[in-house]
Design a protein around this ligand. Structure first.
Ligand SMILES: Cc1cc2nc3c(=O)[nH]c(=O)nc-3n(C[C@H](O)[C@H](O)[C@H](O)COP(=O)(O)OP(=O)(O)OC[C@H]3O[C@@H](n4cnc5c(N)ncnc54)[C@H](O)[C@@H]3O)c2cc1C
Length: 384
């Protein structure tokens, strides 16, 4: 089999890049190891930034018809709160990843991407391109030759490893466990976030009968009794983990990953494969979708014969531009949450001046233009 480009992974990053490449007339094979619809560890919160990127891709109507509107975020931390903050105009959406990812993959296929069920194994330089080996759904070893490869296969990307873009080490980081829980609050419009010493817990109403219930903690827990105790502690007794009643249960960790580089000539990484953001700020899908434009443009330039230094540099710079302000803001929010004096100041201020807290939320949500996304003014105002 041959293609112009093999895209490995049909999550939001891979499918949105495949969609953009196909619309530009590029022949794409979209290789995915899981049968869709498939679940993915995620709070299933689509930020205003993610919604803007979905609108730019032209799939916003379909997303809106399946998603459930979220208008507010209620933040409780260390027994204080909740501080209830309105999301910027238009709000956010809750949408199961099974639905979101299928919808994006279907859009890529409708635009001409050829779906292939298989597990990526490795890639090797061959002629002016690459030989991509994979195992198909029957277990047979196969390969596809292509002039470029996109690794959109998530954190700890096999493509990154195979292309020499990432080391093999798993860094220490948080762990997550959760799923969908039947709840009388499933029709609500408020995402609840609780932070405590044991970690943080988010409850996101999905519409229908279920809420997304996600616990993130410093290390994996041995059993549901421990998870119950953490959720009980961080929510001040409001919720339990209810492990036995979770449907679509998922677990993952550690939640810290970054490759050494995001591109070499003819191979680009995208989405989580190019680096993972702490899920606290709910921006992973937005980053995956936003960076798909520059990644696709870099691949198209490579196919057109542009010098490797230019295409690789453009992909790296664009990724840095999109990711850096959010990473800095996520780090600053994390520092405030972890430092008793700062969080006491921030909480007191947020209760007195909800507008200041909403400015930070708008920045975290990616609802303000990129140059302001870091919004140090908002942070200073919150702590002043
Ligand atoms: C606990 C948690 C909560 C989160 N909550 C949110 C949230 O509320 N909102 C938000 O915006 N973001 C959230 N995120 C982040 C978000 O889930 C990711 O940033 C997003 O899924 C990245 O998309 P992706 O396409 O890069 O990767 P993925 O969605 O991981 O997709 C990668 C795809 O590659 C496939 N694949 C992997 N290996 C291979 C292989 N060898 N061969 C073939 N296919 C392969 C996988 O099956 C998968 O379909 C959260 C993350 C975590 C861990």
């Amino acid at each position: 089999m041959t293609a112009d480009v093999v895209v490995v992974g049909a999550g939001p990053a891979g499918s949105s890049i495949a969609l953009r490449l196909c619309r530009a007339g590029v022949g794409v094979v979209l290789l995915e190891r899981k049968r869709f619809p498939r679940d993915k560890v995620c709070g299933e919160y689509l930020s205003p930034g993610a919604l803007a990127a979905l609108a730019e891709l032209g799939v916003d109507h379909r997303v809106a018809s399946l998603g459930h509107p979220i208008r507010r975020v209620a933040l409780s931390a260390f027994g204080h709160g909740p501080v209830i903050m309105s999301l910027p105009a238009g709000g956010a959406l809750a949408l199961s990843r099974a639905d979101l990812d299928s919808l994006l993959r279907d859009a890529a296929i409708a635009a001409g991407a050829e779906p292939v069920d298989g597990i990526f194994l490795d890639l090797r330089a061959e002629g002016a391109g690459w030989r991509v080996s994979y195992r198909d759904s029957s277990g047979a070893a196969r390969f596809c030759t292509a002039r470029a490869v996109v690794g959109a296969d998530g954190a700890w990307s096999s493509v990154a490893r195979s292309a020499g873009l990432a080391g093999d080490t798993r860094r220490a980081g948080r762990w997550a466990v959760g799923g969908h829980v039947r709840s009388s609050e499933a029709q609500g419009d408020t995402l609840e976030m609780f932070v405590g010493t044991g970690g943080y817990y988010a409850r996101n109403p999905l519409g229908g009968e279920h809420c997304n219930s996600m616990l993130v903690m410093p290390k994996p827990v041995a059993d549901d009794a421990r998870a119950d105790a953490i959720v009980d502690e961080v929510t001040g007794g409001r919720y339990r983990f209810e492990g036995a009643s979770l449907v679509k249960r998922v677990a993952v960790g550690p939640l810290r990953y970054a490759p050494d580089s995001v591109a070499v000539p003819g191979v680009a990484l995208a989405g989580d494969a190019a680096g993972m953001l702490d899920p606290f700020v709910g921006q992973g899908v937005a980053v995956a979708l936003e960076s798909s434009a520059s990644c696709a443009a870099g691949v198209i330039a490579h196919l057109a014969g542009a010098p490797a230094r230019e295409t690789v540099g453009a992909i790296r710079d664009a990724r840095r531009r999109i990711e850096r302000p959010r990473r800095l803001l996520a780090g600053a929010v994390d520092l405030i949450v972890r430092t008793p004096l700062l969080r006491a100041l921030a909480l007191r201020r947020a209760r007195r001046d909800v507008a200041a807290a909403e400015m930070v939320l708008a920045a975290v949500a990616g609802a303000v233009p990129n140059a302001q996304t870091m919004s140090p003014v908002a942070l200073v105002r919150l702590l002043a």
